[in-house]
Design a protein around this ligand. Structure first.
Ligand SMILES: [Zn+2]
Length: 87
């Protein structure tokens, strides 16, 4: 697979980190299983279903900022790696 960002050759399978920024809120999600990762620029290719699940996870957090007045929290979410689950 060729990276859509830098055209380098991607590595198949890996763990991705994605940062979502919306309305001043930043949510960092690590440990996302990726179909492919570019070793050059870090661009990750996610399964559609995985991307959708991640989106469903962050969506309520962005909704929260619209209806609450506290300062925007810094949110970090980590999925355990598959090896850790097997152990
Ligand atoms: Zn790349």
């Amino acid at each position: 697979m060729i990276c859509s960002v830098c055209s380098d050759k991607t590595r198949s399978n890996g763990i991705a980190t994605q940062v979502f920024r919306r309305d001043g809120l930043t949510v960092t999600i690590t440990g996302i299983p990726a179909v492919a990762i570019c070793p050059n620029c870090g661009n990750a290719v996610l399964d559609w279903e995985v991307a959708q699940q991640v989106e469903d996870l962050v969506q309520p957090l962005f909704e929260w900022t619209k209806t609450h007045t506290l300062p925007k929290p810094i949110i970090s979410i980590t999925f355990p790696e598959p090896q850790a689950l097997a152990a």
